[in-house]
Design a protein around this ligand. Sequence first.
Ligand SMILES: Cc1cc2nc3c(=O)[nH]c(=O)nc-3n(C[C@H](O)[C@H](O)[C@H](O)COP(=O)(O)O)c2cc1C
Length: 318
Amino acid sequence: MSLKRFPNAEIVPTEILGEELKFPNGRTAQNRFLKAAMTERLSTYSPEDPKKHGLPTEHILNIYDKWGHGQFGMTLTAKCIGGSGGLCIFYFLCNCSRTNLEAIGNAIIFKEGDSSERRFLYTQWAQKMKQDGSLAIVQLSHAGRQTPIYVNPHPWSASDVQLKTSDNQYGKPIGLTLEQIRPVFKNTVVYLTGGFRTVGAMVDAIQRDTTQGIGLGRPVTAEPDLPKKILNGTVPSAVKDEFNQNEMGKTIMASCSQIEQMGRKSVEGAGGDVMDQISDFTDGNLVAKYDEAVVEFMREMKEAVTAGRTPKSIIVFN
Ligand SMILES: Cc1cc2nc3c(=O)[nH]c(=O)nc-3n(C[C@H](O)[C@H](O)[C@H](O)COP(=O)(O)O)c2cc1C
């Protein structure tokens, strides 16, 4: 597959991107690249059966198998919702976080769901992330007022101010007090994520001391091994898709679809091809087809919510 890239990118030395980053806790990232947190929405959803609720699936393992071949310094999972048992920074929310999902299909860690199966799956997940030397970090999260109404009409949040949208997707939250929200971030390494598309810009941001690490989101759903290609000098920029970049919601949905495609096969199952089945959105015709899929997805979502049914979280495309 020959992908179109951001044009006219300057060819610059990339050594600085391959430098290690040392953390105060003694850990070292092998280079400056971070795989940003991106919601997968592919874990199990069984709110009535805690032991089977929010378990990582084969799909998740395959996705991180692909990124696990991408030579990241650090790999973040998507939002993983933490619950009781001291595992979550919002530990005081005991027993309620599994109903504060960002979407159907979030992975969840909570006391009543603890089991050897859950621990085994999370261990496998970590191994996939770490296989080529990356550090593995779970983004422990809590969706707050962005919990969809069909998951929880009254989620805990930083305040009781309701998020108003045209589709009325969010309920009225219950506000937390300041004492309930503890500051936990002190001494840390800075990563900047958002909009890095050329190697020149990444190198420049580090040389100017704007950031220490480079976070990559959408570019690594189009191309899971982009850091590896940058570090070995094969590419000067990320893939340039044909979406209107002002339609951020749509570009995020398209990335979600690419993540689902990544999860269909493991690297081995795909004959070693980390790009296996990932849609090439540098092709305008394919983008036009995706636009149609979005219209249909939104129609179905509205219909499901109106009828009190749980809507789909992602577009399974091609
Ligand atoms: C499909 C998708 C899902 C995302 N999910 C999360 C998430 O779970 N948690 C989070 O903090 N940010 C999430 N983000 C934001 C990304 O981490 C990142 O900040 C954003 O995409 C900008 O980086 P980029 O320009 O390299 O894509 C998501 C972005 C995308 C595209």
